[in-house]
Design a protein around this ligand. Structure first.
Ligand code: PMP
Length: 396
C-alpha cells in the first residue's frame, strides 16, 4: 500500500540533495573543527561556510548564529539564558511573557520555572480561533519583564502570530529603558521558515530558533540566533565552541545539511510560490471535509494561517482509534505536537481554544508538504469520511 504523508509539521523527509551534501562532507572532512591542524581547519572552514548561509537566511551576522542540537535546545537556551543573566545582574525575580500557543519546548520551560518560583510568568490566551494580538502581549509588560517569547507559527493549529508588530512595539519600549534593562524578544520560528520572511532585522527579535528537520534537513541540528549585545547566559559549560556560547564538538555534517536545506528553500518569492501551491491543496481538503457532521476547524482561516496546516476537531470519535484507523488506511497524520504523542489528552493549545476536553472529541492535524499531490488529496477526501462513519458506527 502506498503511504501518504500528512505530518510535515512533525518532521519533513530529508531532501536527497541535503543527504548528498552531508555524505560528501563526512567522507572528505572528518577533522574536529576545533583542531589546529589542516584536517580540523578544513572542517572549520566548511562549517563557517554553513554558518554564513544560515546567517544570510536570517539577515544576521555569522557570529550571531549558534548551532544547537535542535529547536528544543535553542528554545531552552533562549529562555533559561535570559532569565539566568537577569537574575545574576539584577538579583530580582524576572517576569517572562509567553503564549498558550507555544511548543512544549517553550511552554513547559516557562511553566516549570514559574512552578519553581524562579520567574513570574504570563501566558497569553488566544481567541477561540487561535489568534493573539501584539496589544495583548504588550499590555502585560511590567517593570521586571525581561523576556517575551512568542511562537511565529503554531505547530499545532497553524496560527501566524504578529511577530513583526510585537518586535516593533518592544523596540520602541526598549528605546525608553535604561541600557542595563532591556526586554529580550525571542521567537520560535521553527514552523515559519518554510514560508515566511525570517529576516531578524525586520522581525525586530533578539533571539530566533530554527530546526533543520522541519525544513527537509537532518534531525539533531538547530540554530539559535542571538543578536549582538543580548545579555544571555550559556545553557551548558565546557569548551569554547560556538563563540563560547555552546560547548561541545559541532555536529559538522548536520551544519552542512542545515545550510543546504535553507539554501534549497530558495528566495522568499520561491517560498511564497511553494506556499501558494500547498495552500490550494490544503483549502481543497478543507472544502471537502468541512461538511462532515461534527467537524470543526482549529485555528484561524485566511492569511493568518500557515498554508500547510489543517487541524480539525471531530466529535463522537475516539482520538487514538481515529489516528490508528488513518494509519492502517495508509495516512500519516497526527493529533498535534509529535512531542507528546502517546498522550490522548488534548494539548494545552487545544485546551486554550476552549475546546471540550472529552474522550469522544478528537483532534487531527494534516500538514502538507512540497511533495503533496492533488491525487493524494483526492484519496484522503474520499477515505476520511468513510473512516469517520465506520468509527462512529462502532462507537454506537
Ligand atoms: N518548536 C516548534 C514550533 C516545533 O514544531 C518543534 C518540533 N515539533 C520544536 C520547537 C522542537 O524541535 P526539535 O525537534 O528540533 O527539538
Amino acid at each position: 500500500m502506498n503511504r501518504i504523508y500528512f505530518d510535515h509539521a512533525a518532521t519533513t523527509p530529508l531532501d536527497k540533495r541535503v543527504s548528498k551534501a552531508m555524505r560528501d562532507f563526512e567522507l572528505k572532512y572528518f577533522g574536529n573543527p576545533s583542531s589546529v591542524h589542516r584536517e580540523g581547519q578544513q572542517a572549520r572552514a566548511e562549517i563557517d561556510f554553513g554558518r554564513a548561509a544560515v546567517a544570510k537566511f536570517l539577515n544576521a551576522k555569522p557570529q550571531e548564529i549558534i548551532f544547537t542540537s535542535g529547536a528544543t535546545e535553542a528554545n531552552n537556551h533562549a529562555i533559561k539564558g535570559i532569565v539566568s543573566k537577569a537574575i545574576f545582574e539584577w538579583g530580582m525575580k524576572p517576569h517572562v511573557i509567553t503564549t498558550e500557543l507555544e511548543h512544549h519546548s517553550v511552554y513547559n520551560v516557562v511553566k516549570e520555572m514559574e512552578k519553581r518560583g524562579v520567574i513570574e510568568a504570563t501566558f497569553i490566551k488566544p481567541t477561540p480561533d487561535g489568534q493573539i494580538s501584539a496589544d495583548q502581549i504588550i499590555k502585560e509588560i511590567k517593570d521586571n519583564t525581561v523576556l517575551v517569547s512568542c511562537i511565529f507559527v503554531s505547530n499545532e493549529i497553524g496560527s501566524v502570530l504578529p511577530v513583526r508588530e510585537i518586535g516593533k512595539h518592544l523596540s520602541s519600549i526598549n528605546s525608553r529603558l535604561s541600557t542595563s534593562h532591556k526586554i529580550a524578544f525571542h521567537t520560535d520560528a521553527v514552523q515559519a521558515a518554510k514560508f515566511y520572511n525570517c529576516n531578524v532585522e525586520k522581525l525586530g527579535c533578539d533571539l530566533l530558533t530554527l530546526s533543520a528537520h522541519k525544513l527537509y534537513g537532518p534531525k539533531g541540528i538547530g540554530t539559535l540566533y542571538i543578536k549582538t549585545g543580548t545579555k544571555i547566559d550559556n545553557l551548558m559549560s565546557g569548551g569554547a565552541q560556538e563563540y563560547d556560547m555552546r560547548p561541545g564538538t559541532q555536529n559538522t555534517a548536520g551544519i552542512i545539511g542545515m545550510a543546504k536545506a535553507l539554501e534549497l528553500l530558495g528566495s522568499l518569492e520561491e517560498r511564497e510560490k511553494s506556499a501558494k501551491k500547498i495552500r490550494n491543496l490544503r483549502d481543497e481538503l478543507w472544502d471537502q471535509i468541512k461538511n462532515i457532521p461534527g467537524v470543526e476547524l482549529n485555528g484561524p482561516i485566511g492569511e493568518s494561517r500557515n498554508p500547510e496546516n489543517l487541524s480539525i476537531t471531530i466529535s463522537d470519535i475516539d482520538q487514538d482509534s481515529l489516528i490508528t484507523a488513518m494509519d492502517l488506511a495508509g495516512f500519516a497524520v497526527s493529533t498535534g505536537s509529535a512531542c507528546v504523542s502517546g498522550s490522548s489528552e488534548p494539548s494545552h493549545v487545544i485546551k486554550a481554544l476552549g475546546k471540550a476536553a472529552s474522550k469522544t472529541v478528537s483532534t487531527v492535524r494534516f500538514t502538507l508538504g512540497q511533495a503533496t499531490t492533488k491525487q493524494e488529496i483526492d484519496i484522503v477526501i474520499k477515505k476520511f469520511p468513510e473512516i469517520i462513519n465506520k468509527l462512529r458506527k462502532y462507537n454506537k
